[in-house]
Write a protein that binds this ligand. Structure first.
Ligand code: SF4
Length: 232
């Protein structure tokens, strides 16, 4: 059974990485990959949809918005190689979900324990803002991915867009519309057939440099989500 889930996830990952369904995002991810940031001129940018990362047996999923232009879109791993990734991984390390406090590149030795990280939209959007249509187009991948995670109990959403994407995904997975109002640290329960959700602000510099989200607050919500995922 475990092998069949792993095979489903591997096949899904292959399909996602080859996806070209959103013309605007395909053009943008490739343009960013060709033009590059000055500091990364030596990099061969990934410039494709960015697959999820972590422990497929995990009871806890962290859901972000989309890869960063010079983070995931460069390194090919979600939450890797940009300031949001550094902040999140340091917090995950403190919460006992990561073996190291840094997430720099695909071969940096990072391993997650009891956690799996994915994004609501798999390609970098211009201005970090996918259109509603792009979000809708990418959503079926999330539905399939959540269904393929055998032990999923809790989804920790990072930011408002990921929060809404998780609600839409759970609505697709059930016969009813799943609702909730975003509040950092809030827990959302939808009955025994669906995972719980926990909401957090996104660990972007916009939030972490302005005091909206401190390191201690992120560690606390990660610990809360971890405890819920293990007790559910
Ligand atoms: S955002 Fe999702 S649906 Fe759109 S091209 Fe990327 S992987 Fe495909």
């Amino acid at each position: 059974m475990v092998d069949s889930h792993r095979r489903d996830l591997a096949a899904l990952t292959e399909e996602i990485v080859a996806c070209r369904l959103c013309p605007r995002l395909v053009e943008w991810r490739e343009k960013v990959g060709l033009e590059k940031r000055a500091a990364y001129q030596d990099w061969d940018y990934w410039a494709k949809p960015v697959p999820s990362f972590g422990d497929p047996e995990a009871p806890l999923v962290l859901l972000g918005l989309a890869p960063a232009a010079h983070g995931g879109n460069r390194t090919g791993r979600v939450f890797t190689g940009d300031p949001s990734a550094s902040f999140l991984t340091a917090a995950m390390h403190r919460a006992g979900l990561a073996n190291q406090p840094n997430s720099d590149h695909r071969d940096d030795g990072l391993a997650l324990t009891g956690a799996y990280v994915c994004a609501a939209v798999r390609c970098v959007p211009p201005g970090d803002r996918p259109t509603p249509e792009e979000q809708r187009t990418c959503l079926p991948y999330l539905v399939r991915e959540f269904r393929a995670l055998p032990n999923l109990k809790v989804i920790l959403t990072l930011g408002h867009i990921a929060f809404r994407a998780a609600l839409q995904t759970l609505s697709e997975m059930s016969s009813e519309r799943v609702r909730g109002k975003f509040m950092h640290g809030e827990v959302y329960r939808f009955g025994p057939s669906l995972p719980m959700m926990v909401a957090s602000y996104h660990p972007s510099p916009r939030n972490t440099n302005t005091g909206v989200l401190s390191m201690d607050a992120l560690v606390k919500v990660l610990e809360q989500a971890k405890a819920l995922s293990r007790s559910a």
